[in-house]
Write a protein that binds this ligand. Structure first.
Ligand SMILES: Cc1cc2nc3c(=O)[nH]c(=O)nc-3n(C[C@H](O)[C@H](O)[C@H](O)COP(=O)(O)OP(=O)(O)OC[C@H]3O[C@@H](n4cnc5c(N)ncnc54)[C@H](O)[C@@H]3O)c2cc1C
Length: 333
């Protein structure tokens, strides 16, 4: 376990932040000790992974726990199926790369999503028509209140679009320590999203799809190392069918996606673009010139200014379309 007081905390939005006490935990015992430390000091505790989906304050009080356990292993379930165990501190993209190199199918569409394995189930990460829930078998957690451990099967995680039990009844109550995935050796390409199919051969390998996804992402999304951002800043709103019909009468070109429950998912980026924010800058913040859904930080800004800019966008979309946008990155501290 490594403990640093008043430590800087890097985050992809590039907001300046210092953690009062930053604890890097490499084992489950370390995690348990960090939880006990916070309880003993009656200090607030927050868990961060790669800090790619959080909006940090200038100072994080109490204990900030960052997982550094990054091992992974696998075993064959049968001739076609492999079970992959990955510890929470491993980089998600490293895990995807390793599985793709073995020729396994299942997470190749989720390449290049920043952050750690332990954060992946929190919002059920998804991209290019695939979600973590499609391949997840179980999530291992440790309860913050008493260090108790439990294995939650997928059905217990209540996964939905960018949502899970970890954002609802288990929010702030558990640390994810490990996830278990079920991947396949049998070809199962999922190419229905965007122009993915045009970028690969007719019988692609997982590696081909992985390479195409990485290329598309690099073309479309700003690199946080160059321009601060947290990926999509708002989730795509889901509205009642009658509401979508009214909007379609006024905006016939509006992208819309019927959901299994009869409601309609709208594209938040399109709504923001139609309010004129794409490529617009306001002080230290703006919306990206190629992707209106990505809020960018040009440097020198802080959390209050970021939230004020996000509020302006939310208000404009609500006024024009009567649709309320939900923020995707979480506020910590
Ligand atoms: C350029 C860019 C592109 C992105 N593209 C996508 C995308 O395509 N699809 C997508 O779904 N997301 C995307 N994201 C968002 C982000 O990468 C994911 O949400 C990722 O899973 C966050 O991982 P993290 O380790 O950085 O988590 P953090 O930002 O550190 O934390 C996010 C939340 O998870 C909690 N948390 C983290 N680790 C644990 C743990 N071990 N136990 C309990 N709670 C934990 C934190 O407390 C916080 O509430 C993108 C972000 C960026 C910057």
């Amino acid at each position: 376990m490594h403990i640093a007081d008043d430590a800087p905390l890097d985050n992809t939005l590039g907001l300046p932040c210092r953690a009062a006490r930053l604890v890097a935990a490499t084992t489950r015992d370390d995690i348990r000790q960090a939880l006990a430390m916070a309880r003993h000091d009656e200090a607030p505790l927050q868990v961060v992974g790669g800090a790619s989906n959080v909006i940090l304050p200038a100072r994080l009080p109490g204990v900030t726990l960052q997982l550094a356990c990054d091992d992974w292993w696998w075993h064959a379930v049968d001739e076609q199926t492999v079970q992959v165990h990955a510890e929470a501190g491993l980089s998600w993209h490293e895990l995807v790369t390793a599985c793709v190199e073995k020729g396994w199918w299942g997470i190749e569409n989720l390449a290049l999503i920043p952050g750690q394995v332990g954060a992946a189930p929190i919002q059920n990460i998804g991209a290019y028509g695939v979600e973590l829930a499609d391949v997840l078998e179980a999530v291992h957690v440790m309860y913050r209140e008493d260090g108790r451990e439990e294995v939650l099967p997928r059905e217990a995680c209540d996964f939905a679009y960018r949502d899970s039990i970890f954002k609802r009844s288990l929010a702030g109550r558990v640390v994810v320590t490990k996830i278990v995935l079920r991947l396949s050796r049998r070809p199962a390409p999922r190419l229905g999203y965007g122009d993915l199919a045009q970028r690969v051969s007719t019988s692609p390998t997982p590696h081909e799809i992985y390479t195409a996804v990485c290329a598309i992402r690099r073309e479309k999304l700003p690199d946080p190392a160059v321009l601060g951002n947290a990926g999509s800043f708002f989730t795509n709103p889901v509205v009642e069918a009658s509401h979508a019909e009214r909007l379609l009468q006024e905006f016939p070109d509006m992208p819309h996606f019927p959901q299994p429950d009869g409601r309609i998912k709208l594209a938040a980026g399109w709504l923001i673009d139609r309010c004129g924010f794409k490529g617009q800058r306001c002080g230290a913040f703006g919306m990206h010139e190629r992707q209106a859904l990505v809020l960018v930080h040009f440097g020198g800004g802080d959390r209050p200014a970021l939230l004020a800019w996000a509020e302006r966008i939310r208000d404009a979309v609500q006024q024009r379309f009567n649709v309320v946008l939900e923020r995707e990155p979480r506020l910590l501290g």
